[in-house]
Design a protein around this ligand. Structure first.
Ligand SMILES: Nc1ncnc2c1ncn2[C@@H]1O[C@H](COP(=O)(O)OP(=O)(O)OP(=O)(O)O)[C@@H](O)[C@H]1O
Ligand SMILES: [Mg+2]
Length: 396
C-alpha cells in the first residue's frame, strides 16, 4: 500500500489515527473538570502505566477536550533533573496572562502575577533553574517565603481565585510526574489539597510510570485518598482490533481476520506496538486486503524498528552494570521477579545489588510492584534484552 498514505503513527507522544479504548476515562476527566469548575468536590487524577501504553497522547487529548469547553489549562512534562517550580513558573505565567484578559478575573490574575514574581524571586535561591519573565512587581508577603510548600499553596490559591471569578478553572496537565523529587511532589500535593479544601477550581491531571503511586504516598501519606490513580495499560482485545481496523478501513483498505489476529498476538495489544505493526503491515501489503502473509513479513521489520527506536533509546541510557542487571532479569522472563532470584543469576548478594536497582528505578527502567519484587516498566523488554545480548557470555 502507498506508504505516503500510511495512517499509523508509532512514536513517543505521536497521536494515533484512532485513540481506541479510552473514552470512559476521557469522560471521567470531563466530569471531574466540570465539577471543579463549578466548585464541587472532584479528585485530581493521576494516570499510571508502563512505557508506550499511550499516557502522553491521552493527556494531550484530554487537554484538547478541556480547552474546547473554554477551561484554562497548562501543560508540562517533568524532565529528569529539573525542578518543579522551574517547570511550572513559565506555564503559570502564560496561563495568568490569558486569564488577565478576562474582565472578571483581571484584578486577581494580576495579583497572581505579582505572586508569581515573588514566588520566583524567593525560590531562586534554592532552585537556581527558575527562569520566568516578570510582568508586575512582587506583592510583599504573597507566596514569597522561599519555602516551596508554603509558596506554591499560596500561589495556587490566588490563581484559583482568579479562575473562579472568571467562572472557569485551571487544569494542570503534567506528564512524567515520576521524575519530580519527592519534596517537590509533597509541595504540589499540599497546594492541590489546599485548593480542594477551599473549593477553588484548580485540578491536576497527571501521568507517570507505575512507581508514581508509591512516590506520591511517600511524599504525603494522604495523597492516596486525595487522588484517583487509574491504570492505563494494554488495550482490551476488541479495542486493539479497532485501533488497527478503523484507520485501515477509513482508507478503503481491508485486513483479513487471521492477519488481524496475528497482530493482536504479536503486540499483546500494547498501543505502541499496535502502531508499529499497523505501519509495517500497511507498507508490506501490495494490495487490499492485508493478509496473514503480509503480517508475517511485517513482523520482522516491526521488531527491527522497535529494537532501533522504542527499546534502543532506553538501552543506550544504561551503564554496563545496569545492562547486566536487566539482562539477568530478562533471563527469568517477563517478571516481576524476586530480588533474590535476580541476585542468584548474577551470583551476587541481594544487598550489593541495591544501588544498581535504585538507579534503574530512578531512570524509570524498573519499578517495584511489591516489596522485594522488580518489574520492567517497558513492555516486552525481557525479549528485547535477550535479543540484544544473546547467550551467557554477558555474565562473565
Ligand atoms: N488508545 C490508543 N490506541 C491506539 N494507539 C495508541 C493509543 N494510545 C497510544 N497509542 C500509540 O502508542 C504510542 C505511544 O503513545 P504515548 O507516547 O502516548 O505512550 P506513553 O504511555 O506516553 O509512553 P512513555 O511512557 O514512553 O512516555 C504512540 O505511537 C501512539 O500513537
Ligand atoms: Mg509519554
Amino acid at each position: 500500500m502507498d506508504p505516503v498514505e500510511n495512517p499509523f503513527a508509532p512514536g513517543a507522544g505521536t497521536p494515533p489515527p484512532e485513540l481506541a479504548g479510552r473514552d470512559e476515562l476521557r469522560e471521567t476527566i470531563r466530569v471531574a473538570v466540570e465539577r471543579t469548575r463549578r466548585g464541587l468536590p472532584a479528585k485530581s487524577i493521576l494516570m499510571v502505566g508502563l512505557r508506550g501504553v499511550g499516557k502522553t497522547v491521552l493527556l494531550d487529548r484530554m487537554r484538547d477536550d478541556t480547552e474546547s469547553s473554554r477551561i484554562h489549562t497548562l501543560r508540562v512534562e517533568a524532565p529528569e533533573e529539573r525542578s518543579l517550580p522551574a517547570m511550572l513558573a513559565p506555564e503559570l505565567r502564560q496561563a495568568l496572562l490569558r486569564l488577565s484578559r478576562n474582565e472578571q478575573a483581571k484584578d486577581l490574575a494580576k495579583r497572581a502575577l505579582r505572586g508569581l514574581a515573588g514566588f520566583a524571586k524567593a525560590l531562586k535561591v534554592k532552585y537556581a533553574d527558575i527562569e520566568v519573565g516578570f510582568d508586575l512587581e512582587p506583592e510583599v508577603g504573597l507566596a514569597d517565603n522561599g519555602d516551596l510548600e508554603h509558596d506554591l499553596a499560596a500561589l495556587l490559591e490566588v490563581v484559583g481565585a482568579a479562575a473562579r471569578n472568571a467562572e472557569t478553572a485551571l487544569i494542570l496537565f503534567i506528564d512524567e510526574l515520576q521524575y519530580v523529587e519527592e519534596d517537590e511532589l509533597a509541595a504540589l500535593i499540599t497546594a492541590l489539597h489546599r485548593a480542594a479544601q477551599r473549593r477553588l477550581p484548580v485540578m491536576l491531571v497527571g501521568a507517570g510510570l507505575p512507581q508514581l503511586r508509591g512516590r506520591m504516598g511517600r511524599a504525603k501519606s494522604y495523597a492516596e485518598r486525595l487522588f484517583d490513580f487509574p491504570e492505563i495499560g494494554a488495550l482490551e482485545d476488541p479495542q486493539a482490533r479497532v485501533a488497527i481496523e478503523k484507520p485501515v478501513e477509513t482508507h478503503g483498505v481491508g485486513i483479513t481476520a487471521d492477519a488481524l489476529q496475528r497482530i493482536i498476538q504479536e503486540t499483546h495489544c500494547y498501543p505502541y506496538f499496535l502502531q508499529e505493526w499497523g505501519k509495517h503491515a500497511w507498507d508490506t501489503a501490495s494490495i487490499s486486503p492485508i493478509t496473514l502473509a503480509d503480517v508475517e513479513l511485517a513482523s520482522q521489520s516491526a521488531v527491527a524498528a522497535l529494537d532501533e527506536s522504542f527499546f534502543r533509546v532506553r538501552f543506550d541510557r544504561l551503564t554496563p552494570v545496569e545492562k547486566k542487571y536487566l539482562r539477568a532479569m530478562a533471563e527469568l522472563g517477563p517478571g516481576p521477579h524476586r530480588s533474590g532470584d535476580i541476585a542468584r543469576i548474577l551470583k551476587r548478594e541481594v544487598t550489593s545489588l541495591g544501588p544498581t536497582r535504585n538507579q534503574l528505578i530512578a531512570k524509570g527502567m524498573v519499578w517495584s510492584p511489591n516489596h522485594g519484587d522488580t518489574a520492567f516498566t517497558v513492555p516486552l523488554f525481557d525479549e528485547f534484552m535477550r535479543r540484544i545480548i544473546p547467550g551467557y557470555e554477558w555474565l562473565k
